[in-house]
Write a protein that binds this ligand. Structure first.
Ligand SMILES: [Zn+2]
Length: 574
C-alpha cells in the first residue's frame, strides 16, 4: 500500500472545496497540472480589493484538513502579515489553535481580502483586527546552518555605518573536509565600532573561554531605518540599494562592491600564515520586534558572499543573554543570584548539577574527586569525549554549555580525611545558600548534616536504592525541620530495592549498583524541584520525598519534623 494524499483518500472533500468557492462567489480554479504531476492541490484566482484586482494562490497541504492552507499574494509587498520572500499571508493565528479542520479555502480567501483592505486603510485598521503577537522580520529570512552568537544587546545609539569584529571557532563539520567554506565555523560577534567608539561584547561562551579563535575578522555594518525590502540574497541588489541609501560615493559601499567583484574563491583562501580567510562580508542592523508586539530590539544580520552560487548567504543570529535565557523560565530568574554546593557527581549528582545549571543557578560549587570511566556512560551526563576527565571539570563544561553565565567552582576533594580540605569545605558551606549531598555515603551524610546545623544552611540529601527501583530525598532547614539524625515514622518506610547484588568494577574496591539511567531521573527531578523550591524560599509542607519505580511508579511526600530528643538539633541543643 502506498501513501495517499488527502484528495486521493477523500475525493468528496475536494468537491466540497470547489463548491465552497462557487457558493461564496469566488472565482478560483483548480490547477489540474499540479494535481496530475505533483499530486498537489493549488487553487488560483483574483479578488477585488477596493476596486483593484489582486491575485491569490492557495496551496493545500498533503494532510488537509488537519493542517492549514497556505495563501499567497505574490505581487503584493505588505508591511505586516506577509512573508516578504515567500509572499504567503498571515490571515489566521499562528499557533496550533489558529487553524481548525472546518476551515476552507474560501474562508482563507475571505480572511485575505479583509487583511488586504485593512492594509490599504492603514496601520490602525491592521492593529484592530490582528492577534496581539510580535512579527520579528528576520524570522522570515533563509539562514545557513551556521550560528552567529551575539552575547549582549546592541547599543541603541548607532549611526549609519561602522565596523564590527567577528571571531571564528571550529564548527561541527570542519574535520576531514577538502573544501573549507565559511559554513564550517561557528562565529561570535565580539565588538562593534563607530567613529572610534568601541563597544565590546562579553566573552561568555565556553568555547570563547577555552579555545583560541582564528584571527579576528572585521566587516562593515549598515544601520537601516527599517528591515530591508529588497532581495538581500542578490549581491547586485544589495550594493545598489546601499548605494541609494548612503550615496554612490560612500566609501564603505564602494569598498564592499569592489571586494565582491574581485572575489573568485570557491573555498576559503589562505593568508600568509596558512589560515583560512573569510570572503567579503557585511551586516545589516535594524530594529525589529522581539518577544512582544511593539517591543523592539536591534537585529544583526550577517551576510557572507558565496562565490559558488554568486549569492549572499546569511548566518543565523543567536542572541544569548541572561534575559533571553530566563524568557522561557521567568519564575526562576532569581536563581541567578543563588549559590549551591553539590557533593557527589555520580549518576544522580551529574543529572542534578546539570539541571540546576539549565535552570540558571548563578553559582555552583561541584565537589567530587572521581574521573569519568567508560562504565559511567550508561548513566552519567558525561559522554565518551570526557572519559578520563574529572567529573567536576566535565560538568563545568556541560553546565556552561547550557548556561554560560554560571560561575562554576571545581572542588576535587575527598571528604572527611584531611583537616585542610575540611577547613575549605567548612568555608564553602558557609558561603552557599544550599548544600546538596548526593554521595549516598553514610559518613558524608553525617558530616554535611552537622555542618548544615552549625552554619545554619539548608541541606538536601538524595539516595537511590539498589537497581534504582526507588529513592529518597530528605531536606533539613536547620532548627525548622528535622535533621538527618531526628527520628521519624518515615524512617521505617522501605524503598523498593533490587535483589541483584552490587557490582565491583575491575581493579576497584568500591562497589557500584546495577540500575537504569531513566529510573534515576525520577529521583533527580524530585531532588532538583526541592532544591529550587528551597532556593526560592517557597513554603513546602513536606521535606521528605519517597520515589518508587517498582513495582509501580509512586511519589509520596512527608513532613520531617524536629525530634526533641535529637542529639544534634533537639531541645537540649537549643
Ligand atoms: Zn536532628
Amino acid at each position: 500500500m502506498n501513501y495517499q494524499t488527502w484528495f486521493e483518500r477523500r475525493p468528496e472533500l475536494l468537491e466540497e472545496e470547489i463548491h465552497s468557492f462557487i457558493e461564496q462567489d469566488l472565482n478560483f480554479l483548480l490547477d489540474e497540472q499540479v494535481k496530475k504531476d505533483m499530486r498537489g492541490i493549488v487553487f488560483k484566482g483574483t479578488v477585488d480589493v477596493n476596486g483593484e484586482e489582486v491575485e491569490l494562490e492557495l496551496i493545500y497541504p498533503s494532510e488537509f484538513p488537519s493542517q492549514r492552507i497556505v495563501i499567497k499574494a505574490s505581487e503584493r509587498n505588505l508591511f505586516r502579515h506577509q512573508n516578504p520572500f515567500e509572499k504567503n499571508l498571515c490571515v489566521i493565528p499562528h499557533d496550533q489553535y489558529g487553524w481548525d479542520s472546518s476551515m476552507t479555502g474560501a474562508f482563507m480567501v475571505k480572511q485575505a481580502i479583509r487583511l488586504l483592505e485593512d492594509i490599504e486603510t492603514g496601520v490602525e485598521a491592521v492593529e484592530k483586527n490582528e492577534v496581539e503577537s510580535p512579527e520579528p522580520w528576520s524570522n522570515y529570512l533563509r539562514f545557513e546552518n551556521v550560528p552567529l552568537f551575539i552575547t549582549e544587546h546592541l547599543p541603541d545609539s548607532l549611526g549609519e555605518t561602522g565596523t564590527f569584529t567577528i571571531a571564528r571557532y571550529f564548527g561541527h563539520y570542519y574535520e576531514n573536509k577538502e573544501q573549507v567554506t565559511f559554513q564550517d565555523y561557528h562565529y561570535v560577534l565580539e565588538g562593534i565600532k563607530q567613529l572610534g567608539e568601541q563597544f565590546e561584547l562579553p566573552k561568555t561562551l565556553p568555547f570563547q573561554r577555552w579555545n583560541k579563535p582564528f584571527p579576528l575578522e572585521n566587516g562593515l555594518w549598515f544601520h537601516l531605518k527599517e528591515p530591508p525590502n529588497f532581495n538581500i540574497y542578490e549581491p547586485k541588489a544589495v550594493v545598489e540599494e546601499l548605494g541609494h541609501m548612503y550615496g554612490e560615493s560612500n566609501k564603505d559601499v564602494a569598498q564592499l562592491k569592489s571586494q565582491i567583484n574581485k572575489y573568485k574563491f570557491a573555498q576559503l583562501p589562505k593568508n600568509k600564515k596558512g589560515r583560512d580567510q573569510l570572503p567579503p562580508h557585511f551586516a545589516f542592523i535594524f530594529d525589529e520586534e522581539n518577544y512582544e508586539r511593539n517591543q523592539y530590539r536591534k537585529a544583526f544580520i550577517w551576510g557572507v558572499y558565496d562565490f559558488n552560487t554568486k549569492s549572499i548567504k546569511y548566518s543565523k543570529p543567536h542572541y544569548l543573554t541572561k534575559d533571553e535565557h530566563f524568557k522561557r523560565i521567568p519564575e526562576l530568574t532569581s536563581l541567578d543570584s543563588k549559590r549551591v554546593l553539590i557533593a557527589g557527581l555520580g549518576s544522580l549528582g551529574s543529572a542534578v548539577a546539570l539541571e540546576l545549571g539549565k535552570s540558571g543557578v548563578g553559582s555552583l560549587m561541584l565537589m567530587d574527586k572521581d574521573m569519568l570511566d567508560v562504565g559511567n556512560l550508561v548513566r552519567h551526563t558525561g559522554t565518551i569525549d570526557y572519559v578520563g576527565m574529572r567529573k567536576t571539570k566535565l560538568l563545568e563544561e556541560q553546565i556552561l554549555s547550557h548556561y554560560p553565565f554560571a560561575h562554576v567552582e571545581k572542588l576535587d576533594y575527598f571528604i572527611g580525611h584531611d583537616v585542610e580540605v575540611m577547613e575549605r569545605i567548612y568555608q564553602k558551606v558557609s558561603e552557599v545558600d544550599l548544600v546538596i549531598n548526593l554521595t549516598a555515603e553514610e559518613s558524608v551524610i553525617r558530616i554535611f548534616n552537622r555542618l548544615s546545623l552549625e552554619l545554619d544552611k539548608p541541606v538536601i540529601h538524595g539516595w537511590i536504592s539498589n537497581g534504582a527501583w526507588g529513592g529518597r530525598v530528605l531536606r533539613t532547614i536547620p532548627m525548622q525541620t528535622g535533621c538527618y539524625l531526628c527520628e521519624s515514622e518515615q524512617d521505617d518506610i522501605t524503598v523498593a530495592s533490587s535483589p541483584i547484588e552490587e557490582i565491583y568494577p575491575r581493579g576497584c574496591g568500591f562497589p557500584t549498583f546495577a540500575g537504569a539511567s531513566f529510573d534515576i531521573y525520577g529521583i533527580a527531578t524530585q531532588t532538583v524541584r526541592m532544591a529550587v523550591d528551597t532556593l526560592l524560599e517557597r513554603k513546602l509542607d513536606y521535606d521528605h520525598i519517597i520515589v518508587q519505580n517498582y513495582p509501580y511508579p509512586k511519589v509520596e511526600v512527608f513532613p520531617h519534623k524536629r525530634d526533641k530528643d535529637c542529639p544534634l538539633c533537639g531541645v537540649k541543643a537549643e
